[in-house]
Write a protein that binds this ligand. Structure first.
Ligand code: NDP
Length: 343
């Protein structure tokens, strides 16, 4: 077999605030021939997720930072293009934590063969993957929504928020989504069946949110932090539950006007140290993966859960797409179609 070159995106320099294109570098490396017990993988889809911003900083968190010069981390869906491993055949699709690379060699550890019964393979990075499990377990185990309660979720058009809202509807709740811009808000109400959606960029955002929640808020699924959290805080009902899952508004640092608020730091600690209110990292719920796939896969099959993907073409465009996702330019699960050629 001809030698394969793997294209890869590395962390060239740590960002200060929002990442810029020059924080990333692209390089090619030659891969050796595979040996017995190994497979050669061609990445089809790379997932872009907000947590990757945290890995670009050199600070203590729940996972180690990416080294400068190291490959950007990330989940992928890959196709087996050569195999000397008994469990994998050419053509199999697998979920794998390969990072931002076009090709890789694996000894099979950590590869999960995809069940394509319910939806196409790319969904293993979104609604049927890590973000989907985050929404499912975080809402049901920590939010514990009851019929008739009001559930509010920000980043409502993204993979986590959109599934949180749809599951809450299935459980009989009133659901209010928060999203950036009229198009995303219309999608939440018209396509996903949320009861209301509020644009967090509106100058009257806090008032509009209060009006949309006349009975207060029983479950607030925190994905954003910052100014959105400050608007939700006074609306929380007695015994409200707040799964603290993400703080994307704070990942690039806070605007000067928000800096004096000690709340931001408090929430960051609650999230990364999983303290009460209650912070969580999805790996806590890996054991629920089969139950999640059956249940959410079933809801997709019968049309009760819808999903949307925002696909960027080509690995070289991944940095720009990642920067855009942190600013809300994605509309749906951000993925890159790497489109590595089949050998
Ligand atoms: P999304 O695809 O929803 O992307 C992030 C979205 O956040 C943007 O599209 C944007 O949407 C919104 N956003 C960005 N800045 C702001 C802001 N200042 N105010 C309000 N909204 C903002 O991401 P995911 O669904 O993949 O992830 C959502 C959150 O969940 C993230 O915080 C992520 O870190 C967290 N997460 C946590 C996990 C865990 O284990 N704890 C696992 C997976 C995800 P808009 O246009 O609507 O503003």
């Amino acid at each position: 077999m001809t030698k394969i070159k793997s294209e890869r995106v590395i962390l060239a320099a740590r960002p200060n605030g929002a990442p810029r294109p020059n924080n990333f570098g692209i390089e090619d490396v030659d891969l050796p021939e595979i040996e017995d017990g190994e497979v050669l993988l061609a990445t089809r889809y790379l997932s872009l997720d907000p947590y990757m911003r945290g890995r670009m900083d050199d600070r203590k968190s729940y996972s180690a930072p990416t080294a400068v010069g190291g490959v950007m981390e990330g989940e992928t869906v890959a196709r087996v293009i050569a195999s000397r491993h008994p469990d994998f055949a050419v053509g199999d699709h697998v979920a794998a934590y390969l990072g931002w690379v076009s090709h890789a060699i694996s000894n099979g550890t950590g590869l999960v063969k995809l069940d394509e019964r319910f939806a196409p393979p790319s969904t293993a990075l979104g609604v049927l993957g890590m973000p989907g499990l985050t929404a499912y377990a975080g809402l049901l185990e920590i939010g514990k929504p009851k019929e008739g309660e009001t559930v509010v979720v920000a980043a409502g058009a993204g993979p986590v928020g959109s599934l949180v809202g749809q599951i809450a509807k299935i459980k009989g709740c009133r659901v209010v989504g928060i999203a950036g811009g009229a198009e995303k808000c219309a999608y939440l109400v018209d396509e996903l069946g949320f009861d209301a959606a509020i644009d967090h960029r509106s100058p009257r955002f806090a008032d509009e949110l209060a009006t949309a929640c006349p009975d207060g808020v029983d479950v607030y699924f925190e994905l954003v932090g910052g100014a959105v959290w400050q608007a939700v805080l006074p609306l929380l009902n007695e015994f409200a539950r707040v799964p603290v899952c993400g703080l994307v508004a704070q990942y690039n640092g806070l605007a000067a006007a928000e800096k004096p608020h000690f709340l931001a730091a408090t929430l960051g600690t609650i999230l990364t140290r999983s303290v009460t209110m209650r912070g969580f990292i999805v790996r806590e719920f890996w054991h629920q993966r089969s139950q999640f796939l059956e249940e959410v896969g079933g809801w997709i099959a019968d049309g009760r859960v819808k999903f949307r993907e925002d696909v960027t073409q080509g690995l070289a465009n991944a940095p720009e797409a990642f920067i855009g996702m942190l600013e809300g330019r994605n509309f749906g699960k951000a993925i890159v179609e790497v489109g590595a050629p089949v050998a």
